[in-house]
Ligand binder design. Structure first.
Ligand SMILES: C[S@@+](CC[C@H](N)C(=O)[O-])C[C@H]1O[C@@H](n2cnc3c(N)ncnc32)[C@H](O)[C@@H]1O
Length: 190
């Protein structure tokens, strides 16, 4: 409970410092995180990549589901949030990267993600940055991988459909505000 309050304080600080970059006043609810992660096979993944890890609500749940030989690369642009993530999760499977998601290539050593989780606030990011990040997502994903996206509106659906052959959508009302969850695949069989 105390940790949750501290996290909310840190998240609010990040939001007040850079509202368009954070895009929300509260971290995602545990329920919404679980419903999103249920859309992928995390235990079977060799490499999971998380974009916009924030205070780590998804990071912890991914680590709980990840196998002993799996790896998680969590990318967070806010230095104080990245520091919090590094301090919180002393897990050898986790690499916290403090950088913008647009530089993802630099941190994957030529590997592609089996599961790519994106909590970036696409609708409030500057248009050029949004396009650069969206454009790199398909190439960052393994051929049979899945991209999970959490948003607060369906506005990104056409952008995702343009880049992925299969996009499934569901809504989780157990979040403030309700969360739109997307599972995107490069092949249409998913
Ligand atoms: C809506 S918050 C989600 C945080 C967390 N995943 C959650 O669900 O509570 C978006 C996060 O993305 C981070 N972010 C925004 N732009 C980014 C970028 N270009 N690269 C990496 N992280 C970014 C913000 O600092 C913030 O922590």
């Amino acid at each position: 409970m105390r940790q949750q309050l501290r996290d909310r304080g840190q998240f609010l600080r990040a939001f007040l410092t850079n509202p368009r970059q954070v895009g929300a006043v509260l971290p995602t609810s545990r329920r919404a995180v679980r419903e999103m992660l249920d859309l992928a096979d995390i235990p079977a993944a060799e490499l999971v990549v998380e974009l916009g890890a924030g205070t780590g609500v998804s990071t912890g749940e991914i680590l709980d589901r990840l196998g002993p030989d799996g790896r998680l690369v969590a990318v967070e642009v806010d230095p104080q949030l990245a520091e919090l993530l590094t301090a919180r999760f002393a897990d050898p499977r986790l690499q916290v990267v403090c950088d913008s998601a647009e530089n993802l290539d630099l941190h994957l050593g030529g590997k592609r993600a089996d599961v790519l989780v994106s909590a970036l606030p696409y609708t409030s990011l500057e248009a050029g940055l949004r396009r650069r990040i969206l454009d790199l997502l398909p190439a960052a994903l393994a051929p049979r991988g899945v991209l999970l996206v959490i948003q607060y509106s369906p506005l990104m659906l056409p952008e995702l459909r343009r880049r992925f052959a299969s996009v499934r959508q569901r809504i989780c009302p157990w979040n403030v505000p309700p969360a739109f969850l997307f599972a995107c695949r490069l092949d249409s069989g998913g």
